[in-house]
Every structure is written in C-alpha cells, then in structure tokens.
Design a protein around this ligand. Structure first.
Ligand SMILES: [Fe+2]
Ligand SMILES: [Fe+2]
Length: 284
C-alpha cells in the first residue's frame, strides 16, 4: 500500500476533469489517496469526481477547501450547511473524512484529516500574514463574495480547529495529516522565494492574508505527524521543517500550469508513504 497526495483539482476546468478521469483504473488499487480540498464548488461535479477517485483507489480521504464552500450557484446554503452536506456526500461514496489506520504488509500508518480555514491579519498572531509592499488597499477575494457564514460565536478558523480536537491524540503508529490551508508562513512562496524569471501574477494581492493559520501547525505537532499534506496556494513543494515533512501537490489552474507557476507539475498524485520503506524518524 502507498499513500498518495493530491489537491486543488479544480475540476470546473475540463482539462483538469480529463486528467482525473485519465488516471489509471488499475495502478492505484492498493493505494490510499489524500485529497486536500478545492475540488469544485459544484456539488454534482464533486460527487462525480470523488466517485471516480473512489473507483480507482483502495481508500480515499478528503477535506473540503474554500472553493467547496462557495455558494456560486445560489443554492442558498450557508457555509456550514454546505460543509455538512459535503461530508454527507463524501460518506455516501465511502470517502473518508475522519482518522483511520491503514495496515500495509510491513507496517501501519494513521491518516488524520484536519479541517481548516484561514485567519485574517486582524484575527491575531496565528494569521500567516506577511506585509507586501505592492498590495492594493481594495483587494478582492472571491471567498468574501461567495462564502456566506451563518451567525457564529467563533471565527471560522477556530470553528474548524475545534472540530479537529477529538482527532488530536497520541497514535501508536506514524501519522500523516492533511489540510487544505497552510499551517506555517515558511510554506508560502512570497516575492523572495519566487524564481526571478517569473513575474508576480497578482502584485496587488497579498495571499498571506488568506493563506492559513499557525494553530493548525500546533495541532500537527500535537499529533506528532511525520508528514503533512496541504494545498490552497497552487505552489508545489516538498520540504522538511523541524522534523515534519510538508508536501503540497496541487493540480491548479490550466493558466498557472502554462505560466510555470506551480513549481512542480501535478498531473497525477504523488506518493508520500509506502509500507515497504519506513518513514524517516522524526527525531533524527
Ligand atoms: Fe485551489
Ligand atoms: Fe483554496
């Protein structure tokens, strides 16, 4: 058994949809797939995509991204109603959104899905905000228009962190966690990390305002996760920070692929664990 990671499938684009359906029907039959959000806001297409993946992989794990909570088709569901509908849709397909132990030939591993949202700069130190000189004062962000939060006593990020709490415990086998949003600032590609040959596609927009939340990393550390898979920025990387390997493997938008912005092409999912090789010791 292998564990493979994928995210930001954005199957509203026919080219992306085609890539999913073109994945082998036989190569992944023993494997588990982690889908770290942003499949689509169209629930019919979400069902079709998760169903197709479920037919190709032995196990499919999933957390929704921000796009899934968009009410673009004016179905008049608030974001939390949509979230519940999506979990029910996934459950009916046999797609898993809760911790599970996978047993391979030579070892076991726990998969722990973590729900998440971002914290804005005004929402405290756990926002991943970094100043950006060129940003405009009136940045437009689609979530502000398309995600309708109900009356809530806590911020969205805290709501989802609280949902994870029952899953945060000591596991006796290695843990692989995954979330849609970023858990650390170091994982963002900012102006300094971008290859000099590529211009900033959105100089007026500061992604760090809506990137993630560092309290998510606190949960990852409490889990003792060896590997954490995330999505959202559409800038792929595989890097180890303080003993945790962070992997982002977003399919992204066709225009981003054509522009070379993804850093690493993601036509198919990437392997993050296989049961024939032990994970590197986090303490080493
Ligand atoms: Fe995305
Ligand atoms: Fe996203």
């Amino acid at each position: 058994m292998r564990v493979l990671a994928f995210s930001d499938l954005h199957v509203d684009y026919p080219a992306n949809r085609h890539r999913i359906h073109a994945l082998s029907d036989v190569a992944f039959r023993d494997d588990a797939l982690l889908v770290a959000g942003d499949v689509t806001d169209d629930l019919g297409l979400l069902e079709d995509t998760l169903g197709a993946l479920r037919a190709k992989f032995a196990r499919v794990f999933y957390v929704p991204g921000n796009h899934e909570l968009w009410d673009r088709r004016r179905q008049h569901h608030d974001a939390l109603q949509r979230f519940e509908r999506i979990l029910a849709l996934a459950g009916a397909l046999g797609v898993e959104c809760a911790p599970a132990r996978l047993v391979g030939e030579r070892g076991a591993v726990w998969i722990v899905p973590l729900f998440s949202w971002y914290r804005r700069p005004a929402e405290g130190k756990s926002s991943l905000f970094l100043p950006k000189r060129s940003e405009h004062a009136d940045q437009r962000w689609a979530d502000d228009r398309l995600v309708r939060w109900p009356q809530m006593h806590v911020r969205p990020a805290d709501h989802f962190l609280a949902l994870n709490e029952p899953s945060i415990r000591a596991y006796l086998d290695p843990v692989i966690s995954f979330s849609h949003f970023l858990p650390r600032r170091e994982l963002m590609f900012n102006a300094g990390a971008r290859p000099a040959s590529l211009p900033d596609p959105h100089p007026g927009f500061n992604f760090s305002r809506v990137a993630g939340c560092s309290l998510l990393d606190t949960q990852i550390r409490r889990l003792g996760a060896r590997v954490h898979v995330y999505g959202h920025q559409h800038r792929n990387r595989d890097t180890t920070i303080d003993g945790v390997r962070y992997v982002s493997h977003c399919m992204g938008y066709p225009r981003e692929r054509e522009g070379g912005y993804l850093q690493r092409e993601a036509a198919a999912p990437v392997c993050v664990w296989r049961d024939r090789e032990p994970l590197p010791d986090a303490a080493a």
